[in-house]
Design a protein around this ligand. Sequence first.
Ligand SMILES: [Zn+2]
Length: 353
Amino acid sequence: MAFDAWRFLSYFGVEGIKQARNDNVMAHCPDFEGKHGNGDRKRSFGILEKSTWDRRNSQWTPAGTSNCYVCGGFTLEQLTAKFLSRNLGRPVNDLEAYNWLMEQDLLPEDDEIGHLDELALDLKVLMGEISDSNTYDIAVLDEYLKALHPQALRRDGQQVLSVEMVRDVFQIGYCERSQRTVIPVFNKKKGLMGVISRATRDDDFIRYGVGVPDETFPNPGWKMMLDFPKGDVVFNEDKWDPFNKDTILVIESPMDVPYAYMHKIQEQVDIGAIMGAKPSREHVDKIAQYENVILGLDNDEAGATGTEFLKEELKRRKNRIWTFDSYGNKDLGGCTPEQVANLLQRVRKDGII
Ligand SMILES: [Zn+2]
C-alpha cells in the first residue's frame, strides 16, 4: 500500500474511519479549527491511499493528501504537523512532521524517492550547499563529546558497550539541551555528513531523528541542525575496507554497529547501518561492491519490506545473499552479548535453512 491511512489516522485517534472508493479513506474530520459544530458525523474528511491523477489541474495528487469539504485540503506534512502540534501542545513545522513520518515509516512509498530528493535539494539550497560532497566541520562535534548519556552504553538496562568504543571509536556524544544522544555520520572520505540523534527520554516523540535540535530548542520554531540526506550515506562506511573484505553485514540502527564492534565482528566482515528500513539507490550501490551481503534488517514489517527490496536489487547485480535473523529478536541490538559474539555462526544462505 502506498500510504497506510488507517494506521496514520488511528494513531491520532481519528474516529469513523471507513474505506471509500478510489483509494480514498473517509473519517470524521479532525477539525483543527472547530468548524464542525456537531462533530462531523457525516465524514467530510478524506485522505488518499494512493497518488491519483487530478484531471482538472493535469497533475498527480500525492498519496496522503487530505481534504475536508468544510476545512479545505492539506499535504500529508501539513496535516501531520497539525496533529503533532495538537498532541504536543507546541508548534510543529513541516520538516519536523516529515522526520516523524519517516521515523514511523509512514511516508508514502511510491513518492518517497522523488520526495526525498526534493527535500534534500531544498535543504541544500537553503543552506547554500549545492554540492553533494559538502560536509560539516568536524569541530561541531566538540560540544557533544563533553558528555555521554549512560543509555548509549546499555541494552535492556545492562551495560554492553564501553565508553572507549562509543566515544573514542564512534565519537558518539550527548546534547544536554535536547537530552539526546548524538551519533555522527561520516562518508567514505571521513567527512562529517551530519548527525543522527536518539532520544534518551521516553516522552520524546522523535526516537531517532536526522540532525539534532538547534540552540532555540525547546522554544517554538526550533529546527534540526546538522541534518543531511540519509540516503546518500551508509552509517560506518568510513570504516569499511572493501579491498580486504568480501562480505558486509547490513543492519538498520547505527547504535547496533558499536555493539557488533564490541565483539570484533568487524575483523571478519564490514558492517553498515542504513539508518532505517528503507534502502536508497545509493545504499544499494555502496552495499553491492561486496561479493557477499548479509541482510540483518529488523524483524518487523518494515524490515521485511526493506529486505525484499535489497534481495531483488542485489540478485540482479549477482551478489551472494545471506541472512541474519538476530536469533528471532527484533534486531541486533536485541541480541544478548553472547549471541552477538556468535553472530556469524547464525548467518544462513538466503533460502536455505
Ligand atoms: Zn473539516
